[in-house]
Design a binder for this molecule. Structure first.
Ligand SMILES: NC(=O)C1=CN([C@@H]2O[C@H](COP(=O)(O)OP(=O)(O)OC[C@H]3O[C@@H](n4cnc5c(N)ncnc54)[C@H](OP(=O)(O)O)[C@@H]3O)[C@@H](O)[C@H]2O)C=CC1
Ligand SMILES: N[C@@H](C=O)C(=O)O
Length: 268
């Protein structure tokens, strides 16, 4: 099962799992994209593919999906769907920020806890959680996103440790910059032209994540930039880290390509 399968890393995860012969259950909101991917995977890999067009921010729809999952033999859950708000917290619709928490945190938690009892009863299964290097530190201009990813990074590594000695595994996939639609949704598409961020492709990240899960690794941080982000996020004192971010990445997180205002305390 792959959430966020209609785009980016989720599509790449689905293609790789289908290539390994898994039947798939694909989840996202955009039914047309899920249907097209399902057709492609059935024809290319001869696997069974079901789609569930579900808004993971919708509690009722999510409950129904979790109930279905609890009753099925799920071999691998890729809890991958997510999105980011970028820009000042004060400029965002609080309802949309709440949806970000629902999708990035509550849905992952609910789906993981739904599949876990069955996996443990069968003593086999894998959960791959797409967190982020953004979860290794507070992220000004993406405050809600960074906090949601901090939850996932913590939760998945703790679960990995709890599952030691069982046939069930959990791996954190914590990417850095990946060339996907995430930045369009966040309103900062221009960030992708900055080549110094050494953008990985969704397939590189999916391959690393699935290899890490197969090897029962606690975490996978693919690529040199992600490793640098994770290291600095964990180890640099905030008085050193935040000024460095002000000079590098924070101006790229201003939606609409606006230049930061001169009196913007976070950016100048
Ligand atoms: N791109 C990057 O640099 C990084 C990405 N990540 C994480 O990777 C994961 C995948 O993102 P990525 O592939 O980059 O971005 P994309 O925007 O390409 O894909 C996001 C996926 O999440 C799905 N999604 C978003 N909101 C909902 C919702 N309410 N209900 C159901 N599905 C939803 C989207 O489907 P739909 O719109 O059809 O619902 C889409 O399939 C995310 O968790 C992201 O935080 C982590 C680190 C870096
Ligand atoms: N890791 C972040 C980018 O580098 C993200 O989650 O978008």
């Amino acid at each position: 099962m792959v959430t966020g399968a209609s785009s980016g890393i989720g599509t790449a995860l689905a293609r790789r799992l289908a290539g390994q012969g898994y039947d798939l259950l694909l989840v996202a909101r955009r039914a047309d994209r899920l249907a097209a991917l399902a057709t492609e995977l059935r024809e290319t890999y001869r696997v069974g593919v079901d789609v569930r067009p579900v808004d993971l921010a919708d509690r009722t729809a999510r409950d129904a999906l979790a109930t279905e999952l609890a009753g099925r033999d799920i071999a691998v859950l890729c809890a991958n769907a997510g999105f980011s708000s970028c820009g000042h917290l004060r400029d965002h619709d609080p309802a949309q920020l709440a949806r970000e928490v629902e999708v990035n945190v509550v849905a992952v938690h609910q789906l993981a806890t739904a599949v876990l009892p069955g996996m443990l009863a069968r003593d086999r299964g894998g959960i791959l959680v797409t967190g982020s290097t953004a979860g290794e530190q507070p992220v000004p201009m993406a405050a809600t996103y960074g906090a949601t990813k901090a939850f996932l990074n913590s939760f998945s590594q703790a679960l990995h440790e709890e599952l030691r000695g069982t046939g069930v595994r959990c791996t954190l996939l914590a990417p850095g910059p990946v060339r996907t639609e995430l930045y369009d949704v966040a309103g900062v598409p221009g960030i992708r032209k900055h080549r110094w961020l050494r953008w990985l492709t969704p397939d590189q990240v999916a391959a690393a994540g699935l290899a890490g899960l197969a090897a029962n690794r606690r975490e996978v941080v693919p690529g040199v930039v992600a490793k640098a982000q994770a290291w600095s996020g964990r180890h640099l004192p905030r008085w050193l880290l935040f000024p460095a971010m002000r000079r590098s990445v924070l101006p790229l997180l201003v939606p609409g390509g606006r230049r930061p205002e001169p009196r913007d305390g976070v950016l100048s």
